[in-house]
Structures are given as structure tokens and as C-alpha cells.
Ligand binder design. Structure first.
Ligand SMILES: NC(=O)c1ccc[n+]([C@@H]2O[C@H](COP(=O)([O-])OP(=O)(O)OC[C@H]3O[C@@H](n4cnc5c(N)ncnc54)[C@H](OP(=O)(O)O)[C@@H]3O)[C@@H](O)[C@H]2O)c1
Length: 407
């Protein structure tokens, strides 16, 4: 199979422009995967393009304009014309989802929307496909990166809500008009969509109760810290007494909760069910590049015929020698100059020490150190050389240290 797959793009803003760039960059790879070469067949903004002309040419419409109208009208017209549609428009889906899904079902086309909830975190696909066999009891989510960034900053620095919001705007985590983020309505729209999918029941944005974070005071967070609690804006959708509750409000979390450690602009969604116990997915919740990547993933999925097998793409070399930091535990003789000998071996092998402590005396003497990230093969050579030193009372022990900082 080969040929073109024509993509009509409605909206060329933060996400739309990033999507157009990624589509062009990855067209060749996508052709290898799908057998079809994706090409933009038109772009619509307020000042350029004609929807009618784009629709005439397109196999698939990507809607990244936002808002209700004319996005709703264009999506319905695309579906009626037999085009697949990909959108990231949570407001549209949370208020007119039933109408759009019915239309897509009747027309036999796909309507995909991974980018509408939690950015590139693949919650829609996981709930719709991977967990289709599970009876979901509850979905908890941190689904708004702006508010999570603000609450993280307030807890970290003692800043007021207004100060943390100003920081979020300066760093590009909040829009010029952040009202739907901070009053909880954006998260409510996303929870309506998640609830719709998780519980197979229509859920309209108007049915979601929501509170925002504007009222949170710095001392709320101070007390929370003393109690070991973290404050998050949590969306919840759960079965209660045979019904369904969908809500968004600030909530304290104990440190062990899977969402407690989700900081900064990150999003996370936890799905609970008897069959699967609990699954948490997390990652960057928004941003043009990330959302565009989710949109492109949807486009590729729509291009692949159902039940296709994984394509044989480029053969990648398997890499075994990776870079890691290590914790190193050495049982050594209690005599002068031991540390110097070990340090010399490490220096010869180009392994640099981040921290070191000497512990115990006599038969209990130990050196415990953490070394900076290093190629594992080089570290293994250093370990071999250390094990051959006369001052070693036992073989050296090492454990990798994950140094990545998230959020
Ligand atoms: N930004 C994010 O991080 C993010 C994350 C997840 C989901 N989303 C969703 O993605 C969608 C796009 O967001 P965005 O941030 O990319 O928005 P944006 O930067 O405001 O861009 C919107 C684009 O749509 C065009 N547009 C708007 N109304 C139009 C109309 N009536 N006719 C023709 N063109 C119109 C605009 O045209 P002009 O250029 O002429 O103004 C602009 O090119 C929204 O549904 C949003 O909720 C965004």
C-alpha cells in the first residue's frame, strides 16, 4: 500500500503549529509505519484558509481551534463527509461529546481525542482500550498542570496564590487568562470526559461539581507540611451507591498516595478497579509540543487499519552500556591511606565521586560513596580494580542510583 493521506488542520496556534511541524518532520517514518505518506492539505485560521476547500481534499481533519463554535460545526461536517477527526478540545467534548460520538458512530469514522486530557499522558487510550475489560470503580486525577504548578510553588516557597500564579504566567505554565484553570473548570471538563469513558455513561460538564484553588492560603500549605500532607487539585469520578460522582476540588493527600508526589506542571491519573487494583499514569500535562505529539499519535492510529501488527521499522541497535550513578559500599581495612587508594583507582578509571562517608572502626570499617553518572563498563572496570586492592575485606557492593529529578 502506498499513497498520500491528506490531513486538514483547523487552527495554527500553540498546538496546531507544533503539530504541523511534527507532521512534516515525521512524515517519512509515518509512511514506513502506515504505508501512507501524511501531508497537510490545508490550514485554517481566522485569517487564512477555507474550511470547505480543506474538507474537500482531506482524509482526516485535525481540530485545534478550541472553543465551541465553529469547532462543533466543522467537526460535525467533517464526520458527515466521512473524514476521521482528531481533536484536543476538552470544552467541546465535555459539552457536546454525545452528539459528536453518535455522529462518528453513525458515519463509521474515528473521532480521537487523546490530547484533550492530560496532554501526552495516554489516559484515553488506556481507559478505552487497555482497561476495556476492567470494571472501573474510581478515577482520580491531577489533570491541570497550571494549578499543580501553583500549589507546588506555594508549598515549596510559601508564596501566596497570586505570587505563584504570576510565576506560572512568567514561565509559560499559565495562559494570560488563567480563570478556567484556577477555578477548576478546565479540570472539570477533563474529568467529564474521563468519567464518560471509564463508566460508559453520558457525563456533561454541567454535571461536574468543581472548586478551584483561588482561596488557598499559604498557611493551609504550612499546616499540611507539618502533618506530612500535600495539597493537590484532585478530580474524582467514582461509583457511589449505584450512581456516579464527578467532582474537582483541592484535597490533602498522604505521602503514600500515588498522586502525592506529582509536582510542578505534571499531570497524573490513577484508575482503580477490583480486577487491576490500581494503575497510575503521569507525565507532562500540557504544552504545545506535548499535546501535538498526542494529536499526531491519534492521527497515526487513525491511519493504521484496525488489528494491524507492529510494523518492521528501522532496526535499532540494542545498547547495553548505559550511564548510571552508583552507590558504592566498601568494607575496608581500618588503616591510614585507604580512602586515598580507593580514590586513586576511581580517578584512574575516570569515575568521579559525588559524596563519601567513612563509617565504623576496626572490623566494621566501611567507605560508603555515591559516584556521578558514568558509563557502566567504566564503573565495572573500577569495581574490578578496587576488588583487587589489599585493603578490601570483602568484595565491593554497588547499587545504581536514579538521579533524575521530575516535576
Ligand atoms: N495549549 C495547550 O497546551 C493545550 C493542551 C491541551 C489541549 N489544548 C487544546 O488544543 C486546542 C488549541 O489550543 P491552542 O493553545 O493551540 O490555541 P491557540 O494558540 O489559541 O490557537 C488557536 C488557533 O485556532 C485558530 N482559530 C480560533 N478560532 C477560529 C475560527 N473561528 N476560525 C478559524 N480559526 C480559528 C486561531 O487562529 P488565529 O491564528 O488566526 O488566531 C489559532 O490559529 C484547544 O482546544 C485547547 O483546549 C491545548
Amino acid at each position: 500500500m502506498s499513497g498520500e493521506f491528506r490531513v486538514g488542520l483547523l487552527g495554527h496556534g500553540t498546538v496546531g503549529a507544533a503539530f504541523a511541524g511534527q507532521l512534516a518532520l515525521q512524515a517519512e517514518r509515518i509512511e514506513r509505519i502506515t504505508g501512507l505518506r501524511p501531508e497537510l492539505c490545508g490550514v485554517l485560521t481566522r485569517s487564512q484558509g477555507s474550511f470547505e476547500e480543506i474538507l474537500e481534499r482531506a482524509n482526516l481533519i485535525v481540530e485545534l481551534m478550541g472553543g465551541i463554535e465553529p469547532a462543533r460545526e466543522y467537526v460535525l461536517r467533517a464526520i458527515a463527509a466521512g473524514c476521521h477527526v482528531v481533536t484536543a478540545n476538552k470544552q467541546l467534548l465535555s459539552q457536546h461529546g454525545e452528539e459528536l460520538w453518535d455522529a462518528a458512530r453513525d458515519a463509521g469514522v474515528q473521532l480521537r481525542f487523546e490530547g484533550a486530557v492530560a496532554g501526552v499522558v495516554p489516559v484515553i487510550r488506556v481507559i478505552q482500550e487497555s482497561l476495556a475489560g476492567a470494571r472501573i470503580d474510581r478515577v482520580h486525577g491531577i489533570v491541570n498542570g497550571t494549578t499543580n504548578f501553583i500549589l507546588t510553588e506555594m508549598a515549596r516557597t510559601g508564596a501566596t496564590f497570586a505570587e505563584a500564579l504570576a510565576d506560572a504566567q512568567r514561565l509559560g505554565y499559565a495562559e494570560a487568562d488563567p480563570s478556567e484553570d484556577v477555578n477548576g473548570r478546565d479540570a472539570a471538563a477533563k474529568m467529564a470526559i474521563l468519567a464518560r469513558l471509564a463508566f460508559d455513561t453520558p457525563v456533561h460538564l454541567d454535571q461536574v461539581r468543581y472548586e478551584g484553588i483561588e482561596q488557598i492560603q499559604p498557611d493551609d500549605l504550612e499546616y499540611a507540611r507539618e502533618l506530612g500532607l500535600g495539597l493537590k487539585l484532585i478530580g474524582t469520578a467514582e461509583r457511589i451507591n449505584g450512581g456516579l460522582s464527578v467532582r474537582v476540588h483541592p484535597a490533602f493527600l498522604y505521602p503514600g498516595h500515588p498522586l502525592a508526589s506529582v509536582n510542578g506542571p505534571f499531570n497524573a491519573v490513577t484508575v482503580e478497579s477490583e480486577e487491576i487494583t490500581e494503575i497510575t499514569m503521569s507525565g507532562p500535562g500540557a504544552g504545545g509540543t506535548q499535546t501535538a505529539s498526542a494529536v499526531l499519535g491519534d492521527v497515526i492510529s487513525a491511519m493504521i487499519p484496525p488489528a494491524s501488527v507492529p510494523p518492521a521499522g528501522t532496526v535499532l541497535e540494542i545498547v547495553h552500556d548505559v550511564i548510571s550513578a552508583f552507590y558504592l559500599h566498601l568494607e575496608v581495612a581500618d588503616e591510614p591511606g585507604v580512602l586515598a587508594q580507593v580514590a586513586q583507582v576511581l580517578a584512574e578509571k575516570d569515575v568521579s565521586v559525588k559524596s563519601v562517608v567513612q563509617k565504623g572502626l576496626g572490623a566494621q570499617a566501611r567507605l560508603v560513596m555515591v559516584v556521578h553518572p558514568v558509563l557502566e563498563s567504566r564503573f565495572a572496570a573500577a569495581m574490578q580494580a578496587i576488588s583487587e586492592l589489599d585493603v578490601m575485606r570483602a568484595p565491593p557492593r554497588a547499587i545504581r542510583v536514579l538521579e533524575e529529578q521530575f516535576g
